[in-house]
Design a protein around this ligand. Structure first.
Ligand code: KDG
Ligand code: MG
Length: 403
């Protein structure tokens, strides 16, 4: 048996902060896992170092399911983003080790490829509709089959998803939270105009997506869904805060626009009612924040029973380790839908050399044994952690709102 002899947490900031776990076995095999929780990176680092790693030493690295159950049930304090990100990091690292020992990429261990690659969506964003369309045309040119559209809202200084740089949008932009201002009525006017312009410029052969980022009430979300129906969006995401799962029933009653939710979910229990009641079409939980490959596979299996497909979160705060893990899972499961692909900076890519490759609108995890991704620890050391927060949002009268 490959016995776990050491594990360490690496916190580094190559372009942005990442928390990474590296597990080592007595035969020299190593595995990596991503434990990044945006804006709360050190909480997971401490959870791992102080409370998880001491329990791992001496265990059989092949017993992935047993270790998962040990960390989940054994903690007594179940679920929550810190706990589940820590468990996820261990789980990813163990799948990586198993694949390396077997000499197989992880997707082969999960049942083999169910498709040629994982369709991804890129992020087109801009201060104006014209800027966003220009960015979207660029993605289309590069072969993307699906594009997310976000644009600035006239009369508002800041909007979710809009950055200075066309490719490298990074919301965690300050060492104290930036304050944004929000107006639902202004926003609801501009999004249908954006989609109308996009269909005009891009045609109908490309999937168009939009992220509402938890900002609407259920009835406002229903209005947006209806207004976008003529443009056939692939989905609207996080239309309303998802801790209010019943709210999706109201949205559903009013619109046929597909609904996606779940990037902040940490377990199958967060998704269960939404899936079983067929209130969503895509589940956006991912391996990092939802307990690793082991648990995300369980979520995907439940979703498959109800014709709900995956659309895993893939923003820049999920490291290339998570991207690789999501792609292995996405390639293997029957109900893969789409994968978010927000490109990492060159610094991030250099610190995490990886085997996954983009071609023809799809990402493929590659055929290297394990996850096919590593961390260059010496290089990582040259990028020290720097505290960075996600922004907060207020209505124009100063009321705190969802960001
Ligand atoms: O950490 C939070 C970001 O990943 C999130 O704001 C990005 O909503 C997001 C998305 O869909 O990529
Ligand atoms: Mg989102």
């Amino acid at each position: 048996m490959p016995k776990i002899v050491s594990a360490r947490v690496i916190v580094a900031s190559p372009g942005r902060n990442f928390t990474t776990l590296k597990i080592e076995c007595d035969d020299g095999t190593t595995g990596v896992g991503d434990a990044t929780l945006n804006g709360r990176e050190l909480a997971v680092a401490a959870y791992l170092s102080e409370h998880v790693i001491p329990c791992l030493i001496g265990r059989d690295a092949h017993r992935i399911e047993d270790i998962w159950q040990y960390l989940y049930k054994g903690a007594y304090w179940r679920r929550g983003p810190v706990t589940m990100a820590a468990i996820a990091a261990v789980d990813m690292a163990l799948w990586d080790i198993k694949g390396k020992i077997a000499g197989l990429p992880v997707y082969q261990l999960l049942g083999g490829a169910s498709r040629e690659g994982c369709m991804v969506y890129g992020h087109a964003n801009g201060a104006t509709i014209a800027d966003t369309i220009e960015a979207a045309l660029d993605y289309q040119e590069q072969g993307y089959k699906a594009i997310r559209l976000q644009c600035g809202v006239p009369g508002m200084a800041s909007t979710y998803g809009v950055s200075q740089d066309r490719y490298f949008y990074e919301p965690a932009d300050n060492d104290l939270p930036t304050e944004n201002v929000w107006s639902t009525s202004k926003y609801l006017r501009v999004v249908p105009e954006l989609f109308a312009a996009a269909r005009e410029a891009l045609g109908w052969d490309v999937h168009l997506l939009h992220d509402v980022h938890h900002r609407l009430t259920p009835i406002e979300a229903a209005r947006l869904g209806k207004d976008l129906e003529p443009y056939r969006p692939f989905w609207i995401e996080d239309a309303t805060p998802a801790e209010d799962q019943e709210a999706f029933r109201l949205i559903r009653q009013h619109t046929t626009t597909p609904l996606a939710v779940g990037e902040i979910f940490s377990s199958v229990w967060d998704c269960k009612a939404l899936i079983e009641n067929r209130l969503i079409d895509y589940i956006r939980a991912t391996v990092l924040h939802a307990g690793g490959i082991t648990h995300m596979r369980q979520i995907a299996s439940l979703a498959d029973l109800y014709q709900v497909r995956t659309g895993c979160h893939g923003a820049t705060d999920l490291s290339p380790v998570t991207m690789a893990a999501a792609l292995h899972l996405g390639l293997a499961i029957p109900n893969f839908g789409i994968q978010e692909y927000m490109r990492h900076t060159v610094e991030t890519d250099a610190v995490f050399p990886h085997a996954y490759r983009f071609a023809d609108g799809m990402l493929h995890p590659g055929d290297a044994p394990g996850l096919g991704v590593d961390i260059d620890e010496a290089l990582a050391e040259t990028f020290p952690y720097a505290r960075a927060y996600l922004p907060v949002n207020r209505l124009e009268d100063g009321t705190m709102w969802s960001w």
